[in-house]
Design a protein around this ligand. Structure first.
Ligand code: ZN
Ligand code: ZN
Length: 261
């Protein structure tokens, strides 16, 4: 496998990586994962994402409040996230979105937080990073209520019926290890049909390790497995898909193209 892979979504600030973070990043680079978008989930981890990205070649940070943490979304958090998102080195707004599956935060709080992040992303013209679980209709309604917003459906777990709605909204679609699981036929069909210019891959590490690492802690190196799997589904080479998904990530997040570095 040649290099040039971009993991469009990971959380390598997580304390599960505290003991071996340098090795994890090295293994990623050895596996060809040269670039990682490091995603914040509240004020503290957004700061951590940007700090880590400032230290490490090929890492880029984002700032936002995860739907699970939407109860923390008060005036102070809002001001902090807004300031972080305005920074030139912050490449995305989020992650934000709606999670009706776990519903760890009240729905009202999730809806208000998601709306606010969408508006902020549109105002700053930065991509919004959307988490959506069992919340297709509400997610779509809020996205459509914010025309002109750019962004990505991260860890897209839906099927070919839902896909066109997000494509029509102009969003990028990022596939995670879930697409490699047995029983993911619908999600695999979406990965086949997704327009090439909107396609991304991610790990969402430390969660959701792809086959053959399922059940283990996930890490960005495993993005290469998901990439290979999606390439096979689409009948293209892994090299081709690495290049295309990295170009898409460069365009979406405003990153210097990998070839030009
Ligand atoms: Zn998520
Ligand atoms: Zn995430």
């Amino acid at each position: 496998m040649s290099g040039g892979i971009t993991d469009s979504h990971c959380h390598v600030w997580w304390d599960q990586f505290d003991d071996d973070r340098d090795l994890v990043l090295q293994r990623a680079r050895d596996a060809g994962v040269e670039r990682m978008v490091v995603v914040g989930t509240d004020v503290e981890t957004s700061v951590a994402s940007l700090e880590l990205a400032a230290r490490e070649e090929g890492l880029h940070g984002t700032a936002g409040i995860h739907p699970h943490d939407a109860a923390k979304f008060d005036d102070r958090a809002r001001r902090s996230i807004e300031e972080l998102c305005q920074r030139a080195d912050c490449v995305g707004v989020g992650e934000t979105g709606l999670d009706w599956f776990k519903e760890w935060a009240p729905r009202d709080a999730q809806l208000a937080s998601f709306r606010w992040h969408l508006e902020l992303a549109r105002t700053l013209d930065k991509p919004v990073i959307i988490h959506s679980r069992e919340a297709h209709e509400d997610t779509l309604e809020l996205v459509q209520g914010c025309p002109g917003v750019r962004g990505v459906m991260h860890c897209f777990v839906m099927g070919p019926e839902e896909l066109p709605h997000y494509v029509d909204a102009g969003l990028h679609i990022s596939f995670s290890g879930i697409v490699t699981f047995k029983g993911s036929a619908e999600n695999q069909e979406a990965a086949r049909r997704c327009p090439e210019e909107l396609l991304l891959v991610e790990t969402d590490a430390p969660f959701l390790a792809p086959t053959p690492h399922r059940g283990k802690r996930n890490e960005p190196a495993f993005c290469a497995d998901t990439l290979r799997f999606v390439a096979e589904l689409r009948g293209v080479s892994a090299e081709h898909l690495a290049r295309v998904t990295s170009e898409n990530a460069s365009r979406l997040f405003g990153l210097t193209p990998l070839e030009a570095r």
